[in-house]
Write a protein that binds this ligand. Structure first.
Ligand SMILES: [Zn+2]
Length: 100
């Protein structure tokens, strides 16, 4: 027997009801306040989603937050740092060569 979940419109409490058949529409009352104004919640089920689908489903405000944080990192504009570099032959004191 399927277990249906209902949410009370008046008090937001959740009530679970066992129904005999999937097409049955039982008269459901809120288990907490007794209201008959209840909405059936969709049945829980699992969806296998790719990481990309999850990222696409994110609220756009998170993308803006990530972009903000990203823009503060050194990766955001590497040329800013490359432009500050001094060519080896132009350096006053290039120091000892580094042996990699
Ligand atoms: Zn209620």
């Amino acid at each position: 027997m399927p277990l249906h979940e209902y949410s009370c419109v008046d008090c937001s409490a959740r009530t679970e009801v066992l129904v005999r058949t999937a097409s049955a529409r039982p008269a459901v009352r809120c288990g907490k306040c007794g209201s008959n104004r209840v909405d059936r919640k969709p049945a829980g089920f699992a969806i296998a989603r790719s990481e990309l689908d999850r990222l696409r489903a994110l609220d756009p405000k998170y993308k803006a937050m990530v972009d903000d944080e990203w823009s503060k990192t050194t990766y955001a504009d590497p040329m800013k740092y490359v432009d500050k570099m001094i060519p080896f032959d132009a350096a006053d004191d290039p120091g000892d060569p580094v042996d990699f």
